[in-house]
Each structure stands twice: as structure tokens, then as C-alpha cells.
Design a protein around this ligand. Structure first.
Ligand SMILES: C[S@@+](CC[C@H](N)C(=O)[O-])C[C@H]1O[C@@H](n2cnc3c(N)ncnc32)[C@H](O)[C@@H]1O
Length: 264
């Protein structure tokens, strides 16, 4: 916790805003998308769903993968209420809105997500898409959580989401070759150094010049910070943006390699 707070203070002292950006691509992205205050009908619809999940006391049998479990409840019980899962694992509102805005701005055709949980982040992305033209593939390890996520997708009539169930350590390498080229990737599963690097390298082969990869909680632990620093050094990554809670990386060949620390 102390590590996280100190990191937060350090980041906010050094991070800039739009005045620190000299790249037109990043300036536009920051001012139009990251700083957007637009309200969409989908936001209230999804917050209603979140509230109904938070109010749901029913328990699910949970498979613990170790460190999606940054939000784990520190008990040995393998049962958790839907309420607990929604409160501890689902993406907070501010970040969820940014995911929506990013999808709305870039209009990806294929979205890949690692770490579905109850599907709140998946739905924020889904509701920003043109359904007839977009495919979303999301990975979750826990059978019962995935089942509840599917019900949430059905409740909101989202038919373009495919959920792949099982440990991502095996389901991702097994499925990667049959996946289409990826336009937009959100990594929010196992928040540890090794899996993050492994998953990143695996998806990289399906990425192209205009792919955006988003990593959640890059400052959450020493391991995540190390993974982030290694990823932004990767020769294929040109633009990297640290928003503290999210890390954004682009493979745009036309851009010189450049890093930005920006307030969000
Ligand atoms: C932080 S939660 C995802 C939250 C979700 N993206 C949202 O914002 O609503 C992480 C999820 O990843 C799953 N997970 C973690 N490690 C995994 C692994 N190795 N294989 C499959 N699923 C995993 C956990 O079961 C958990 O549901």
C-alpha cells in the first residue's frame, strides 16, 4: 500500500497535461478522449447494472488465479458473493468511461480483453461499438463468474461478445493463432510481472500498426511496474502513455519512440 501511495505522489509531481505534449496524435487523444467529459446514455445503463450486481448477495464458487486477486478478500473461502466481486474486481467508473471513450474514438473492429470478471469493462467497451461491425473476445478463468458475465451480456442484448473460459496461461496460447488481427487490447487479468510479459508477447504477434494495448494498474506492484517499464522499451512500441491507473501503448511505425506521463 505504501509503495502504491508513494508511486502515486511521485507520478503526480512529474506528470504533465496537454501543455507537455508535442505530438499531434497524442495531443488530440489526450484532449478529446482522456479529458472528455461527455455523458452517454450507456454510462447510466451500465452503472445501473453495476449497482444491481453490488446489491446481489448470491454466492459463486470462485476459482482463484492468484493475482487478478489484487482485490482478493484475504480469506481461504472459495465462495464470494456477486456483491463482493462487483465491488472489488470491477473497473471503477472513471476508468470504465475512459475505456468507452477510447473505443468510441478508435472504432476498433476486433477487441480482445484478458480478465472478464462480471463483464463490466467488457460491456463498457461493447456499448461504445458499432455491434454489426465489431467482434469482442474476452478471457476469464472462473467458470461461475464467466457464467454470470454471460448473463450480463444477454441482459444488455450484447451478442457480439465471445467469452473463452479457462486459465489464460493455456487458453491464450491455444487460441492466439485462430484469433483475427487485434485492433484494441485490454489486459486486466493476472496482475503479476511474468504473466503480464507472457500475455503481452503472445498478443503482440496479432497486433498491427494501429493497435492500441491498454494495461491496467501498471503502478499497483513492483512486478507490474517492472512489466510496464519492460513493455515500453520493446522495439515494436513507439508511443507509450502513462496515465498512472492505465498504461497505453501504440505500435505506430510513423511515430518516433516517445513516452508521456500524463495526468488523468
Ligand atoms: C480485476 S478482474 C477483471 C475485472 C474486469 N476487467 C472489469 O473491469 O470488470 C481480473 C479477472 O481476471 C481473472 N483472472 C486472473 N488471472 C487469470 C488467469 N490466469 N486465467 C484466467 N482468468 C484469470 C480473475 O478470475 C478475475 O475475474
Amino acid at each position: 500500500m505504501l509503495f502504491y501511495v508513494l508511486n502515486y505522489l511521485y507520478f503526480y509531481l512529474k506528470a504533465g497535461n496537454q501543455h507537455a505534449i508535442h505530438s499531434p496524435f497524442v495531443y488530440k487523444l489526450y484532449t478529446l478522449v482522456v479529458q472528455s467529459k461527455k455523458e452517454y446514455y450507456a454510462f447510466s445503463e451500465l452503472e445501473k447494472l453495476r449497482q444491481s450486481l453490488i446489491a446481489d448477495p448470491r454466492e459463486l464458487e470462485v476459482t482463484d488465479f492468484g493475482a487478478g486477486s489484487k482485490y482478493a478478500n484475504n480469506t481461504n473461502s472459495n465462495k464470494k458473493s456477486i456483491s463482493q466481486i462487483a465491488r472489488r474486481s470491477a473497473i471503477p467508473t472513471k476508468k470504465a468511461r475512459l475505456l468507452f471513450n477510447l473505443v468510441e474514438y478508435f472504432k476498433p473492429k476486433v477487441i480482445l480483453e484478458l480478465g472478464t470478471s462480471l463483464g463490466i469493462s467488457t460491456l463498457f467497451m461493447a456499448l461504445a461499438t458499432d455491434k454489426s461491425n465489431t467482434q469482442i473476445i474476452t478471457f476469464e478463468g472462473c467458470q461461475q463468474i464467466a457464467k454470470k458475465a454471460k448473463q450480463n451480456f444477454e441482459q444488455l442484448d450484447q451478442k457480439n461478445i465471445e467469452i473463452i473460459i479457462g486459465n489464460i496461461d493455456t487458453t491464450l496460447p491455444k487460441n492466439i493463432s485462430s484469433l483475427p488481427s487485434l485492433d484494441f487490447v485490454f489486459l486486466d487479468a493476472n496482475h503479476r510481472y511474468e504473466p503480464t510479459i507472457k500475455y503481452f508477447n503472445c498478443i503482440l504477434e496479432k497486433c498491427h500498426d494501429n493497435t492500441l494495448i491498454i494495461l491496467d494498474d501498471i503502478h499497483w506492484s513492483k512486478g507490474m511496474k517492472k512489466a510496464w517499464q519492460e513493455i515500453i522499451k520493446n522495439e515494436k512500441i513507439t508511443v507509450s502513455i502513462d496515465l498512472f491507473h492505465f498504461g497505453l501503448v501504440f505500435l505506430r511505425k510513423e511515430q518516433p519512440k516517445q513516452h508521456f506521463d500524463l495526468r488523468f
